[in-house]
Design a binder for this molecule. Structure first.
Ligand code: NAD
Length: 468
């Protein structure tokens, strides 16, 4: 179920504004325009006007995108503070997100599609060229507002398309600041941000002027976006939710992997599409793994992201906090036990105690759904077949990992996971050059690497007689 949306701020000038809440205090600290869907017509018209100039000159695009990366790096301190303020993550994680935003711009700045010739024995040469698809709508969630936006607009712009970008109404501010900085290096109309509550996103996805809708968010909203884009038969790329399992093997050295496993689940307060969301452990090692993770959960410094001591910030928004609380309570009522945490923290802000759950009924929602918060169920298994069956036993298929000393054996188990990316002895590390695509309900289409560029292009084939 999509979350309820943020409230409106008190209008000061008759124009509706979105209230933006600092999750560390639970109080609004700024606002952003609550744009109406009918404002999209003019925005998309401007994108169409900008398109011919932008698509015409690949060298100018490369220079502009490199300039955009430089701009992001120069403004990193201010962007990071604002990102932490509205999203909640520790400042060091905001800096890392901004570095990844710049890295994406630089990577795609230098990527160009390859023209190819097919010679198949006939007296005709076929030349395959690539053309930009046209204006792209990019719709992103609140967990990595800048990095996920750049993952969409960098390849779309590199391919020669203008982009209309819609951040989550929970986190519009850093995105607006980023795009106003990029206005110095990008031509007008090439990248426009729109902010507001629904049905702004739905209208953007169904707008007849849009040729590609690239969406990151929940499975439920992804379905709605695909239906909306069907109206104009726009291309759709969907990067959706995950419920990644980590499967520990019986030769795992718990001390060596516990830190890495803990942070694979709790980075960004667990609000990561490909966080570890379930851990499967051989029954013999279960108590040791639970204690190693619980000890870290009990001692990690939780606090406001702007405090340099903080390692784990608040949950981003009140509806998500309520959901994390609800599914944790349900698991506890069903017989689970909290080896650490288990409840909200007293005081202001959206803080939830880092939680390790054991004795969890396998059909609890904290196992079968994506919790997207600082709560991790650790489940015992008796046979490897049982563990693989359970890991594959949800509708999700984003990522998964296998942890053990014999990495060949771990890789053979990883090969049995139904997901887009599998890791051995770590989780959620990505290369800019790799394809990123979820299996099952976790996605449609391919992002990342050259595949991300081609996802914003369409082939144009020219046949001509071969020269004698
Ligand atoms: P969400 O689906 O509620 O919202 C995502 C975006 O869609 C927001 O900008 C939202 O305003 C917009 N939106 C809402 N209703 C819409 C509609 N009817 N039409 C068009 N747009 C609409 O997701 P969220 O709660 O913001 O983010 C969390 C989810 O995102 C989790 O499921 C997480 O796993 C997923 N996610 C996936 C990836 C990935 O790469 N696979 C990465 C990050 C997050």
């Amino acid at each position: 179920m999509p979350l309820p949306e943020p409230a409106l701020a008190t209008p000061t000038s008759g124009v509706a504004r979105l209230a933006v809440v600092d999750p560390a205090t639970g109080e609004p600290f700024d606002d952003a325009p609550d744009q109406r869907p009918d404002e999209l017509d003019a925005v998309i018209d401007r994108a169409h006007l900008a398109w011919p100039g932008w698509r015409a000159d690949a060298d100018a695009r490369t220079a502009a995108l490199r300039g955009a990366a430089d701009t992001v790096e120069t403004a990193a301190d201010a962007l990071a503070r604002l990102l932490t303020r509205e999203q909640g993550k520790p400042l060091a994680e905001s800096h890392a997100e901004i570095a990844r935003t710049a890295a994406r711009l630089r990577y795609f700045a230098d990527l160009t599609p390859r023209t190819r010739r097919i010679a198949d024995g006939r007296a005709v040469d076929s030349e395959i060229r690539w053309r930009p698809v046209g204006p792209v709508a990019a719709i992103v969630p609140w967990n990595f507002p800048l990095q996920l936006a750049a993952a969409k607009f960098a390849p779309a712009l590199a391919a020669g398309n203008p982009v209309v970008l819609k951040p989550s109404p929970f986190t519009p501010l850093a995105t607006r600041q980023l795009c106003s900085l990029l206005a110095d290096v990008l031509p007008e109309g090439v990248l426009t941000v729109v902010t507001g509550r629904e049905p702004l996103g739905a209208r953007l996805a169904s707008h007849p002027g849009i040729r590609h809708v690239t969406f990151t968010g929940s499975v439920a909203t992804g379905r709605a976006v695909a239906e909306a884009a069907g109206a104009s038969l726009a291309r759709v790329t969907l990067e959706l939710g995950g419920n990644d399992a980590a499967v520990l093997l019986d030769d795992v050295e718990v001390d060596r992997i516990a830190d890495r496993l803990f942070w694979a689940a709790f980075r960004n307060c667990g609000q990561v599409c490909m966080a570890v969301k379930r851990v499967y452990v051989p029954a013999r090692l279960h108590a040791e793994v639970v204690e190693a993770l619980a000890q870290r959960a009990r001692t990690v410094t939780v606090g406001p992201g702007l405090d340099p001591a903080t390692r784990l910030g608040p949950v981003n928004n009140a509806p998500q906090l309520a959901r994390v609380e609800r599914i944790t309570r349900e698991a506890l009522a069903g017989g689970a036990r909290a080896a650490a945490g288990g409840q909200r923290l007293d005081g202001p802000g959206h803080f939830f105690a880092p939680t390790i759950l054991t004795d969890v009924p396998p059909d609890s929602r904290v196992v079968t759904e994506e919790q997207f918060g600082p709560v991790l169920p650790v489940l015992p298994y008796r046979s490897l077949d049982e563990a693989v069956r359970a890991a594959n036993g949800t509708g999700f298929g984003l990522g998964g990992s296998v942890w053990g000393t014999d990495t060949d054996r771990a890789a053979a188990v990883a090969d049995r996971l139904e997901c887009g990316t599998a890791w051995i002895n770590h989780h959620a590390e990505l290369s800019l050059a790799q394809p990123f695509a979820g299996d099952k309900n976790s996605g449609v289409g391919v992002a990342g690497g050259p595949w991300g560029l081609y996802g914003n292009l369409r082939p144009f084939v020219v046949h001509r007689p071969r020269e004698a």
